[in-house]
Design a protein around this ligand. Structure first.
Ligand code: ADP
Ligand code: MG
Length: 312
């Protein structure tokens, strides 16, 4: 069997259910690892990426709670690196166990990943992504006087820092990832969309890269045959949440273009996945993108399982 290279992007629910303890997240990831090993057994070569929204959010809260001169809160880029490490460790550990149990000899490695963004990206002029703790209006205005950071009112829940969400342009470590993949290693990289860095000096910035977009760039760079985006639904739908909701199974670029224009995909949740999938099959017309749930991962080869996106 020809080995298929597949980038699998894990959504929030693959890591965290309702409890944020290390133990609970490790348990969630052990279920995830079982599903991922199913794919390995089928002969797929896995290049894993993942989100970190809740984890980096909680880490920022912890940082703020103990912020002092002797123990200063770490900046966002460093916090992203920290969550790449912690989630990578949990998943590496869980995959090692599952692989061993399945009698498969394979190494797993996490790569701390820097993702290159353009400092001229318009996102830096208009930060849009809310992160971290909720503040009162007064606290937020105080913070804004002290520094350049922007705060915005978030859906009646309080004021939150907003950071830019620039487009990922490249992955600093992609050759390392490629080398590992070429040698049969299961990689975990671009966690949380990667650590955003700018310029020749690769300076980390206060920004958040969408993990779906970063995973797409990763899939292009490692020349994957397949991009699988795992999320909270078995398939993408049109008229989502309405009476006439209809799941999409086989869909082409031009069909998706039309549905997108009609506003079927929610910005900030499904839309980035759709856009990532569309870009991928546009750039690599022979490849396929699949959006589905972790539970359906073992069934993706079956017709009408998951949303399968092709160029034509
Ligand atoms: P992830 O952590 O996987 O990125 P998100 O919550 O950001 O998950 O995005 C996935 C969610 O988007 C789904 O669980 C679903 O609730 C929602 N969603 C919005 N629009 C659609 C749609 N058209 N079809 C299916 N799900 C949709
Ligand atoms: Mg998301």
């Amino acid at each position: 069997m020809q080995t298929k290279r597949v980038v699998v992007a894990l959504g929030g629910n693959a890591i965290l259910s309702d409890e944020a303890s290390a133990k609970a997240q490790q348990e969630a990831l052990s279920k995830t690892a079982k599903q991922l090993v199913h794919l390995i057994k089928k002969g797929y070569q896995l290049i894993i990426s993942h989100g970190n929204g809740p984890q980096v959010g909680n880490l920022l809260l912890q940082q703020q709670a103990s912020d002092s001169v002797k123990n200063p809160a770490m900046p966002l880029d460093t916090c992203v690196a920290m969550t790449q490490g912690s989630i990578g460790y949990w998943l590496q550990n869980a995959l090692d166990k599952e692989l061993k149990q399945a009698g498969i000899e394979k190494e797993v490695a996490t790569i701390v990943t820097q993702v290159i963004v353009d400092e001229e990206d318009s996102a830096f002029v208009n930060p849009s992504k809310p992160i971290g703790p909720f503040l009162t209006e007064e606290q937020a205005k105080d913070e804004m006087k002290k520094s350049q950071v922007q705060f915005k009112e978030d859906a009646g829940r309080g004021w939150r820092k907003v950071v830019p969400s620039p487009q990922p342009l490249g992955i600093k470590e992609y050759k390392v990832i490629q080398t590992l993949v070429d040698n049969g290693v299961v990689t975990i990289s671009a966690g949380g969309g990667g650590i955003p860095v700018i310029g020749e000096t690769l300076s980390g910035v206060e920004a958040v890269i969408d993990k779906d977009f970063a995973s797409e760039v990763l899939a292009e760079l490692v020349d994957a045959d397949l991009l699988i985006i795992l999320t909270g639904v078995d398939a993408v739908a049109i008229n989502y949440g309405k009476e006439n909701e209809t799941s999409l199974f086989q869909v082409t670029l031009s069909e998706l273009e039309e549905y997108k224009a009609q506003g079927h995909f929610a910005p900030g949740s499904m839309l980035p996945k759709i856009e990532a999938a569309m870009r991928y099959v546009k750039v690599k017309p022979e490849s396929e993108a699949i959006i589905t749930s972790l539970e359906q991962l073992e069934n993706i080869e079956i017709e009408n399982v998951g949303t399968k996106i092709r160029n034509r």
